[in-house]
Design a protein around this ligand. Structure first.
Ligand code: TZP
Ligand code: MG
Length: 215
């Protein structure tokens, strides 16, 4: 795994799995990358996702290949073994997944490690465990995560910054292009998006709309 990672790469972080797209998954991914996505996370989750280990590896290898054409980091959600096997650039874990410190041991020091943090305490723990960035949300109401917690809004990011969390932060949950400015003003380095890009009729245009708000 490679480990070059910068705050700018979090600007427009697209997250998706096959369950999030009604059209061909790789077509959607390619168009999103053409529109200006700066990082991608493969998040196969739920009943409609690909279940077999072999198929997941195939999917990850292909997604990694597509991302590498655009020089965009490829991150795997939850599954450290899949991240290693596919040669992903990094791994993202939630609070209910593998512990961040364990994840770091498995993926090594040069891979990118992202951790979901709902509270200031969780963010501080993630920093301690060696996270490269934290994902904070839900910012707004979301339909893409069944067990999503109550909305926290951009204020939570401001609180984290005020309490001294200084690693890169990416906001998540219900984000539309018009939310971008408020989120960046709260202290985030970028936004992560599932449905506003994955369910769009034109993922390219959706990604470009976000990009135009990020300047
Ligand atoms: N974690 C917190 S909210 C969320 C995740 C994975 C879902 C974000 O999806 P969307 O469609 O951008 O609201
Ligand atoms: Mg998870």
């Amino acid at each position: 795994m490679t480990g070059s990672f910068s705050r700018e790469q979090l600007s427009l972080y697209f997250i998706a799995g096959t369950q999030d797209t009604s059209r061909d998954f790789f077509q959607v991914l390619t168009e999103a990358l053409e529109g200006g996505v700066t990082m991608f996370q493969l998040r196969e989750k739920g009943e409609k996702s690909v279940q077999s280990e072999e198929e997941r590896l195939h999917l990850a290898l292909k997604a990694k290949e597509v991302c590498s054409r655009f020089k965009v980091p490829f991150i795997v959600n939850d599954d450290a073994e899949l991240a290693v096997k596919s040669g992903a650039d990094g791994l993202h874990v939630g609070q209910e997944d593998l512990r961040a410190s364990e994840a770091r041991k498995i993926i090594g020091s040069s891979a990118v490690l992202g951790v979901s943090a709902y509270t200031i305490e969780e963010a501080a723990e993630a920093v301690e465990a060696g996270a490269d960035y934290v994902g904070v949300g839900p910012m707004y109401a979301t339909f893409s995560k069944q067990d999503a917690k109550a909305v926290v809004g951009p204020e939570r990011i401001t609180q984290m910054r005020e309490s001294g969390i200084n690693i890169p932060i990416v906001a998540i949950g219900g984000i539309q292009p018009e939310h971008t400015k408020a989120i960046l003003q709260s202290g985030a380095d970028g936004i992560s998006v599932i449905s506003a890009i994955a369910s769009s009729q034109s993922p390219r245009k959706a990604a470009a709309d976000f990009r135009s708000q990020l300047i």
